[in-house]
Ligand binder design. Structure first.
Ligand SMILES: Cc1cc2nc3c(=O)[nH]c(=O)nc-3n(C[C@H](O)[C@H](O)[C@H](O)COP(=O)(O)OP(=O)(O)OC[C@H]3O[C@@H](n4cnc5c(N)ncnc54)[C@H](O)[C@@H]3O)c2cc1C
Length: 571
């Protein structure tokens, strides 16, 4: 193994996704995990569409499609369930058809344990990198040009501890809500300290559902939190019959219920009023109490935090694991700095870009939390189960970021951009999610089987310059744009140029001689439509898509390209 440049602490979903993104960029990593075994449990089971797009970007979509399930209908019953009561279907997640620009418009379900397995498998298969279990970060020292990490490796058989001192370029603490890294950095972890939060909680865990007991394709809820409530959420995968449970409400003694399997089963029987639900062993369980907090900075110097280490909140809304996945906002920047292509100052944009998004996420999940756990009436609790479209995270954006450049749209200083929703306002701007477009034919091979999509071209390891132009109109300009891109440092490695011809283009022959890395004909017009580009505009329109799938630059010529990359590279 190469000497690691980055040490990742914690092998939850956040640490694993960071490790994979850095490795996809050619940056050697080590990933350590203090536990003796990998985490079990359903936990962050709801994968939002934007997280699935991240999986696609990382080349994990085929693995995911093999094991995921679609969201199940949520059916609510009284507590106890009445004779012959069929329950009400709750309008939780609306199934919305996929579109050309949003090829996955509704999320998937996959228990977190399985997501982590999938990520670990890819790390091992593609890079021979394995998570080092029994290995704990105890402390670190930060220096101007490196970090020294003090690690303790335990041998489980003998219980012996072996200390190691490791020198790395950067350290990423993906070490969960109680993060050692955050504490040692001395970052504020501010949040809601109201005493009534401590009164609320639920017993959460996974239990075996014995065969034939429950239809594994329905998520069932009984009662409500004004008295007692039970949720039984399947997260079925072919070889498992786990069912995830939450038991809570003002009448529930959480300590007692969580004391044994028998108490859990007793509570389930009492709340449902049913004795036909046959349950096996408890796989994991604990009391969850709300802890709603976030940091004021996502790192200092060469040490960063991500995921639950930086933000903890209520699971209502299913944003936690998903937000940790999107903290890969850091990874591509770390990769460019490690390659000495970007100045370390670019790393401050990680905090600047993520803080507004996470603050908004906290307020959204907290609002749902109050509706679910402190409803004005049992009827009102239903509102807490309704998931707004913005929770799919398509609108998450970095529009006012200091490292984006927009030559089409400008903002007044006091103009408010909604970090969760503005990216979904019908315009396409720098800082927004880069939309997909299908049916793009590589020029020279216009047969249907060779069609590609933008999402097949984007990569976590390079910027993609989408140049919307037609040689018959913009021949000279195209040459200048490609030339400028080629003049960027390490162009071949970290920038890809893609010339996108309008559907009506008659200059495919001229285009085939272009020196762009790729020339695509927009055979159905989806690319021009979803990027809001007029085919016969006076000048080329260039979207610079960042390695995290967001639009970094929306510019119209070589000056714009230079200006954008001056924000990113050491030029
Ligand atoms: C009941 C429940 C339901 C949830 N439902 C959802 C949902 O539907 N959707 C959603 O998006 N999210 C959900 N979440 C939240 C989601 O589980 C978390 O946000 C996610 O696990 C965070 O991932 P992470 O990698 O940042 O941290 P973690 O998963 O906590 O991983 C951190 C890892 O770091 C290790 N570690 C800690 N300190 C050290 C050290 N010093 N050295 C080495 N290793 C260390 C820990 O052992 C741990 O394995 C839910 C959470 C709970 C509890």
């Amino acid at each position: 193994m190469l000497t690691p440049s980055v040490l990742i602490v914690g092998a939850g979903p956040t640490g694993l996704i960071h490790a994979l993104t850095l490795l996809r960029n050619g940056i050697p990593v080590r990933i350590i995990e203090k536990q003796d075994a990998f985490q079990l449990g359903t936990r962050g089971c709801g994968m939002q569409p934007r997280t699935i797009e991240m999986y696609k970007l990382l080349g994990l979509l085929p693995d995911l499609l093999e094991v995921k399930t679609d969201p199940f209908p949520v059916v609510k019953f009284s507590s106890p369930q009445g004779d012959n009561e069929e329950g009400n279907v709750l309008p939780m997640v609306e199934r919305i058809a996929n579109t050309p620009s949003r090829p996955i418009n509704t999320g998937f379900m996959l228990m977190q344990e399985r997501q982590e397995h999938l990520l670990r498998t890819r790390l091992e298969k593609d890079y021979g990198v394995t998570v080092e279990l029994h290995t704990e970060l105890r402390s670190f020292e930060e220096h101007d040009d490196h970090v020294v990490a003090h690690i303790v490796k335990r041998t489980p058989d003998t219980d012996e501890n072996k200390e190691e001192t490791l020198k790395i370029d950067f350290l990423v603490g993906a070490d969960g809500g109680r993060s050692t890294v955050r504490k040692q950095l001395g970052l504020d972890f501010l949040g809601d300290d109201s005493p009534d939060l401590k009164e609320i909680g639920m017993v959460a865990g996974d239990i075996e559902a014995l065969e034939g007991t429950l239809d594994q394709k329905v998520w069932r809820i009984w009662g409500d939190t004004t008295s007692n409530m039970l949720s039984l959420r399947p997260c079925s995968i072919p070889d498992k019959t786990h069912i995830n449970f939450f038991i809570g409400g003002v009448d529930v003694d959480l300590e007692k219920v969580s004391s044994s399997r028998e108490e859990v089963v007793k509570a389930i029987n009492a709340i449902t009023g049913r004795d036909d639900i046959k349950l096996g062993n408890v796989i994991n369980m604990g009391i969850w109490r709300p802890n709603i907090r976030m940091v004021n900075s996502f790192g200092k110097g060469r040490v960063f935090i991500a995921g639950d280490a930086a933000h903890v909140h209520s699971p209502t809304g299913g944003q936690g694991m998903n937000s940790g996945a999107q903290d890969i906002n850091l990874a591509w920047k770390l990769a460019l700095v490690s390659k000495n292509l970007s100045p370390p100052s670019i790393l401050t944009s990680y905090t600047a870009e993520r803080i507004p998004v996470i603050a908004t996420m906290l307020s959204k999940t907290t609002e749902l939390f109050h509706k679910t756990f402190q409803p004005a009436s049992p009827e009102k609790m239903v509102e807490g189960w309704r998931r707004g479209y913005e929770l799919r995270m398509f609108g998450v954006n970095y529009r006012k970021s200091g490292i984006t450049l927009d030559e089409k749209y400008t903002y007044a200083e006091d103009e408010i951009v909604d970090p969760y929703r503005s990216g979904d306002d019908g315009t396409v701007r720098a800082g927004d999610r880069a939309p997909d477009a299908p049916k793009l034919a590589p020029v020279g091979q216009t047969n249907a089987t060779s069609h590609t999509t933008f999402f097949d071209i984007f990569s976590p390891a390079y910027h993609t310059l989408l140049v919307f132009a037609d040689p018959s109109q913009h021949g000279e300009a195209i040459g200048g744009i490609v030339e400028t891109a080629r003049g960027l440092p390490s162009f071949k490695e970290v920038v890809k140029t893609v010339l996108v011809l309008p559907q009506t283009s008659s200059s495919t022959n001229d285009a085939s001689t272009s020196s762009a890395d790729m020339v695509l004909l927009d055979t159905e017009g989806y690319a021009y439509k979803h990027y809001d580009v007029v085919a016969d505009s006076q000048q080329p329109t260039i979207f610079i898509v960042r390695p995290d799938g967001f639009i970094g630059g929306l510019v119209f010529g070589v000056e714009g390209i230079r200006k954008y990359f001056a924000l990113i590279f050491k030029l």
